[in-house]
Design a binder for this molecule. Structure first.
Ligand code: G6P
Ligand code: BGC
Ligand code: BGC
Length: 924
């Protein structure tokens, strides 16, 4: 294979364009030709080096550390699977760039698995050179014009056409329909396109054309169209190889190996863009002076060096440069050149292919050379054929080395020693010059003997493949529209949030006045936040959150020391009888006292009771209604402090001095207020949600006195129970409410808090599955199970790291098999639900701090908010979204959010301490 045979040469003197130096004798000429063609000889070792270096560069780029030196780009294409033949429908395909100075428009009808394949209709349009080198807008207008001209000839509707755009240049894709051109290659160099989204440029041009409404749903690299257009039944092809004016390949890579993608499962098609491979170390020795000359003359010197040795756009030029060189050395054509021989691009790929083809015979070679104005000597034709063969063969062999690198990558990626793979081939070099494939095949077997490679010509140049991707993109786009429609009601804008703040403000004032309002604005009889003089040991209970805790709180000059124990409240107790519940509470207290050696001691006790209570005093709280899954009987309307004391009495030999009952919001405010005296608001976003704040006593109509402050428990969970939030409520909120144990109640809470967000997401997922948008429309029993989608899943799924992997892990545990698109959509559903919750919570806090600011007639208020609750603390973005919404809706308030470290048990103890101190002073 490596040797090229010797040739015969002829003598000539003095004509213009002829070399002046004496003509070499025949034997010298052939030496000169051989020495010249020697340069195009690429040894097996060099091919192996190119294969290895290209493989190295591919793996570097996959890992995200592409070294610009030898940059193959390894661009993810968002095509995640090879066609499963179910695609159906009519699609318009626009191909730009694959075939050089022409674009092609196709009408492709996909008929699915059953249907009989329909021959696509297509038309080719030559692109004028000034359009290929002019302003980008001109090029895209030209493309839009060709589209209309093509469609005018077809009996098709003008509306709702779906187009797949085959754009054969290196692009950063960020979606199936978003792709930014990195740099032009092959004869194109339009201005104002590099760095821009070419889909948008095409959409704008189609709009300017205005003849047809065409939806550009997918942009595809020609190698992907080629791979996807693999002859059905023989594929699937997992490599797409194009050699036309340019060259490139794509292949199906394991998604977990593509660093830029946060994927751990499945495959993704990667466009290698090997045209830009230029590792001087291995290419240097292969690059001939003719390659350097060609590159210097090219539109993009220094770029696409590898492509310029393989692509059909360049092979003719290489041959021309060699022939001109040999003519000027007097070796060919009697040492005479011609204007045509010296002009760029005068020898085309077709010429090379014909001239090298031994069957074409010398006659054809003579004809072509004569057309170039050359006088062809006897041996010239044969020598020219050698030159063509050398250039062509080198191209095929270099292409083989590159393909062998891709095959080696597939072996690594799939940990397969022996690889069986189908490669789809596309491009006119393959279509018109079968010898290219045979040289390539031969060389691949040499370089990758353990790979069993079958080469499958792509159907109609990839048009079918582009239509396949377009069909998938159209389906995904339709799904995306349905997803957007479903999530739109969760995307609250500034006006809507400002309206919530205003409505809450109005409800606050009404509640404080004792008028009908969904905000009960319950006085808590806490008049001051701690002042640091509190001292003593206190017992505290913390009921109503995720956990029931009993705490011993030691308040000293040195600070507060807490010892606590978590006890569970089983559902049957929380929803049993009130007596059972409070007996259970006392059992826990006794157990705690025994463990802490406190038995028999009657420490002052603060009771954090996180449910709406109308307080008549610090130690009197009438339970208005249960919330958050509690529903113990005979409690609502009762003073829960009495219920506790009765339970204590029932449990003889236990002494407890219940001094205060506080809401967890109050406990949290007090707990944080102990560290930061500016803390005048308490916020809980956990199982439930609520807020309290220090109100001017004069504004609290239901409590006598008009000086000083009192902490008001807003019970904002019930905000909207009067219908004032109905405009924002979605059908999914209604589903969750109807299924709850307190339908019609706690509307605001059911749109915000941890007990409900998971359920809202589950209902949305069920809805999207029923629309076929998710999980291929497969409903699973598990997903129909109440509370199976925990709110903590949202926090895990929305974590910045590993998001999609988390989604997969969680949903597969729920027995769902999902695609990466499914995973992305579930992530978006979680984001929409938690974002709405955080914004609504932020609107509530904005209403509270604005009330305090206006209460005090301040231009600007600086205040701190004590916060607790699992959702607020664990969700990766909830707290920052709340803060951002407060900044937006209460710009004149500087709000600091303090996460409570010790929970509200400490706060309850501090309230108890303040009460004891005040009682002490009252006794003195
Ligand atoms: C802390 C407080 C409790 C409060 C709870 C709310 O644990 O100490 O008083 O009820 O937070 O959050 P959760 O997520 O537990 O419902
Ligand atoms: C482009 C590739 C394309 C190849 C074949 C190259 O110049 O960069 O994107 O696939 O030509 O058309
Ligand atoms: C209760 C409030 C409590 C909040 C947070 C709501 O369900 O009604 O009293 O503060 O949950 O725990």
């Amino acid at each position: 294979m490596d040797s090229i045979g010797s040739v015969g040469l002829r003598q000539r003197e003095g004509a213009p364009g002829c070399s002046q130096e004496g003509l070499p004798c025949p034997s010298d000429s052939s030496e000169l030709v051989l020495e010249c063609l020697q340069q195009f000889k690429v040894t097996k070792t060099q091919l192996r080096q190119i294969q290895a270096s290209l493989l190295g560069s591919m793996e570097q780029a996959l890992g995200g550390q592409a070294s610009p030196a030898s940059a193959v780009r390894m661009l993810p294409t968002y095509v995640g699977s090879t066609p499963h033949g179910t695609e159906q429908g009519d699609f318009v395909v626009l191909e730009l760039g694959a075939t050089g100075a022409s674009l092609r428009v196709l009408w492709v009808t996909l008929v699915g698995i059953e249907g009989h394949r329909m021959e696509p209709r297509s038309q080719e349009f030559v692109i004028p050179p000034e359009v290929m080198l002019g302003p980008g807008q001109q090029l895209f207008d030209f493309a839009a014009h060709c589209l209309s001209e093509f469609l005018d000839a077809l009996p098709v509707d003008k509306e709702g056409l779906q187009l797949g755009f085959s754009f054969s240049f290196p692009c950063h894709q960020t979606g199936l329909d978003r792709s930014t051109l990195i740099s032009w290659t092959k004869g194109f160099r339009c201005s104002g396109v590099e760095g821009h989204d070419v889909v948008q440029l095409l959409r704008d041009a189609i709009k300017r054309q205005g003849a047809y409404s065409i939806d550009v749903v997918a942009v595809v690299n020609d190698t992907v169209g080629t791979m996807m257009g693999c002859e059905p039944g023989v594929g699937p092809c997992e490599v797409g190889l194009v050699v036309d004016t340019g060259t490139n390949a794509c292949y199906m890579e394991e998604a977990r190996h593509v660093a830029v993608l946060d994927e751990d499962r499945g495959r993704v098609c990667v466009s290698v863009e090997w045209g830009s491979f230029s590792d001087d170390g291995v290419l240097g020795p292969v690059l001939t002076t003719f390659d350097h000359a060609l590159d210097r003359e090219s539109l993009n010197p220094g770029a696409q060096r590898f492509e310029k040795m393989i692509g059909g756009l360049y092979l003719g030029e290489l041959v021309r440069l060699v022939l001109a060189h040999l003519a000027q050395r007097g070796v060919l054509f009697g040492g005479c050149t011609s204007p045509a021989l010296l002009s760029h691009g005068s020898i085309l790929l077709e010429h090379v292919a014909e001239m090298k083809d031994p069957l074409a015979g010398a006659a054809r070679v003579h004809a072509i050379l004569r057309d170039l104005g050359l006088s062809v000597g006897a041996s010239d034709a044969e020598l020219v054929q050698y030159v063509c063969a050398a250039v062509f063969t080198r191209a095929a062999r270099l292409c083989a080395a590159a393909l062998a690198a891709v095959l080696a990558r597939l072996q690594h990626s799939r940990e397969q020693q022996v690889l069986q793979i189908a490669v789809a081939t596309g491009g006119r070099v393959f279509e018109r010059h079968p010898s290219f494939l045979s040289i390539l095949q031969e060389t691949v077997m040499l370089l990758a003997p353990e790979c069993d490679v079958s080469f499958i010509p792509s159907v109609d140049g990839g048009g079918q493949g582009v239509a396949m991707v377009t069909a998938v993109a159209a389906r995904l786009a339709a799904h995306r529209r349905l997803l957007e429609e479903t999530l739109a009601p969760f995307r609250l804008d500034h006006e809507q949030l400002a309206a919530v703040r205003a409505q809450m403000r109005e409800a606050m004032v009404k509640g404080l006045q004792g008028e009908a309002s969904s905000l009960r604005m319950l006085p808590t009889y806490v008049r001051a936040t701690p002042d640091g003089t509190e001292r003593g040991d206190f017992l505290a209970l913390d009921l109503g959150g995720t956990n029931f805790r009993v705490l011993l709180v030691r308040v000293t000059a040195g600070g507060v020391k807490i010892t606590s124990q978590v006890y569970s409240i089983p559902e049957y107790v929380a929803q049993g009888s009130g007596q059972q519940l409070f007996d259970h509470i006392v059992d826990c207290i006794v157990d705690f006292q025994q463990k802490q050696g406190l038995s028999g001691q009657s420490l002052p006790l603060g009771f954090t009771f996180s449910f709406p209570c109308r307080q008549l005093g610090l130690d009197q709280g009438i339970l208005l209604n249960w919330t958050k899954g509690f529903n113990a009987s005979d409690c609502e309307g009762q003073d829960v402090v009495c219920l506790l004391r009765e339970a204590i009495r029932r449990r003889q030999a236990v002494e407890l001095n219940v001094v205060a009952i506080v809401n967890d919001t109050v406990g949290t405010m007090m707990s944080c207020g102990y560290e930061d005296p500016r803390c005048e608001v308490g916020l809980i976003v956990g199982t439930g949600t609520n807020a309290c704040y220090m109100e001017e006593l004069q504004n609290v109509a239901t409590v006598p006195g008009d000086s000083g402050h009192m902490c008001i428990n807003m019970e904002w969970g019930a905000f909207g129970d009067d219908g004032s939030l109905d405009l924002l409520r979605t059908c999914f909120d209604a589903n969750v409410d109807q299924a709850s144990i307190n339908p019609g109640k706690q509307s605001f809470e059911k749109m915000i808090s941890g007990m409900y967000l998971g359920e809202i997401v589950r209902h949305i997922l069920l809805h999207l599955t029923s629309l076929g948008v998710l999980f291929r429309g497969q409903q699973t029993q598990r997903l129909q199970t109440r509370d199976i989608f925990k709110t903590k899943f949202l926090s895990e799924i929305e974590s910045d790291s590993l998001a999609l992997r988390q989604v997969r892990a969680i949903l597969e545990d729920l027995g769902l098999s999902l695609t990466s698109d499914d995973a992305l959509m579930v992530l978006e559903v979680c984001q929409a639900v938690s974002q709405r919750a955080a914004q609504l919570c932020g609107a509530g806090v904005a209403a509270v701090v604005e009330k305090i600011r206006e209460n005090r007639g301040l231009e600007e208020l600086t205040v701190s908010v004590g916060v607790d609750g699992t959702l607020y603390k664990l969700h990766p973005h909830f707290s920052s979204l709340v803060a951002a919404t407060v900044r937006e809706l209460a710009p004149r308030c500087v709000v600091t959010f303090l996460q409570s470290e010790d929970g509200s048990g400490k706060g309850a103890a501090l309230v108890t301490a303040v009460a004891c101190r005040l009682a002490q002073m009252a006794r003195v």
